[in-house]
Design a protein around this ligand. Sequence first.
Ligand code: PGA
Length: 268
Amino acid sequence: MSGRKKLIFANWKMHFSVKQATAFAKKLSEKKIDEGVVVAVAPATISLSPVSETLAKCDIATIAQNGYHRDEGAFTGETSMPMLRGIAKFVLVGHSERRHVFNESNELIRAKMSAAVRSGIKPILCIGETLMEKEHYHTSTVISSQLEVGLADLTSDEVGDAVIAYEPVWALSNGKDFSKHKMPAPDDIKKAVDLIRGNIKELYGIDAASKVKILYGGSSNADNATAILSVNGLDGLLVGGASLGVATFWPMVEAAGRVYKDNLTDKK
Ligand code: PGA
């Protein structure tokens, strides 16, 4: 799939005060992004607005880490998808920490997916198996069912516009040790990517399957970025721990630029 842009999306999770997030965004905004690379960052909700203002004049987009499935009402502490409009271009839906720490169900995730689409925010549906599911050979069943339920209310066009992040729960670094944590081999990532596109093709047709963007997330870093980004059919990375500093994050953006260029040369 040469010629497709590489997406490097940063998930800052619950890190950085508003001041720190804004200062970090300012540093990123001064960097030059190579052709063929799309960069976006997901600050905590409280920093979304100042970060998106800081990034307004550069090509880095903002991602909300979460959004509620109801548009407004008595839901203390929540932020609705319409409230994110104009501030975040994307929203993470069903991140493994939302599923496993906050007990979000596939059904809630399904409702959040349609709320995002209804509000014009591009959803990034996060899916992936736990260690136990992997050890019991349930990876494909889990991926397929998370995908099927999460996308259930979307049309083929909406699925084609969405982003899927394959993030095996056991490979997430939790911000620590992202350079030496266990993670799948590129061949296993390729299998997951093929399974995701295969499922989408079956349910939504070939156009949606080829248009949908697929990211990998879980202990990606500057050392493994090139190998992962070279997986055929993969569009990019959702980076946690390694996205928290310019020195660990920007080499990944540069690696994406090189992989994009190499793919173009291979095509000629
Ligand atoms: P990690 O996190 O890169 O720190 O493993 C990725 C994520 O949770 O999105």
